[in-house]
Design a protein around this ligand. Structure first.
Ligand code: THU
Length: 143
């Protein structure tokens, strides 16, 4: 497991190299693993109209979901100010909500790495306690 996490952190760093962040200069990369073991990479993509910005995590999720994937194991996130600085970068509330849609909050792992080559692992339920998800919508009203 340790080896796979290191690999995911490396891939998140590769994704981060593609980050488009001319406004914040805060560069983020993410590596998402689906339940079959496949990896999807994403970076943050900013916009002159700031609200159109997409976070690295959501880029990775939207790539995977648009590729037909719906079940995920874990995500590694690497972020920080400037290209060469890294710090633990927790997902924003919008990204946590997207995770809530496609992940089991009891088992989905969120791996945060920093410049000291340390990492921390959280469960989705720890970062989004009592999250609102598909199970809260009355089944009869769901498509
Ligand atoms: N950002 C991410 O991509 N992921 C996070 O977990 C936190 C923030 C991006 C959004 C924006 O481009 C920049 O970092 C500063 O908020």
């Amino acid at each position: 497991m340790e080896k796979e996490i290191r690999k995911m952190i490396d891939m998140a760093l590769q994704a981060r190299a593609k980050s488009y962040a001319p406004y914040s200069n805060f560069h983020v990369g993410a590596c998402l693993q689906d339940d079959s073991g496949e990896f999807y990479l994403g970076c943050n993509i900013e916009n002159a109209g700031y609200t159109a910005t997409n976070c690295a995590e959501r880029t990775a999720f939207f790539k995977a979901v648009s590729d037909g994937k719906r079940h995920f194991k874990r995500i590694a996130i690497m972020g920080g100010n400037n290209e060469d600085t890294l710090d633990f970068c927790p997902p924003c509330g919008v990204c946590l909500q997207v995770m809530m849609e496609f992940c089991n909050p009891d088992t989905f792992q969120i791996i945060l790495g920093n410049s000291d080559k340390e990492y921390k692992i959280y469960l989705l339920k720890e970062l989004l306690p009592m999250g609102f998800g598909p199970q809260n919508i009355d089944n009869e009203n769901r498509g």
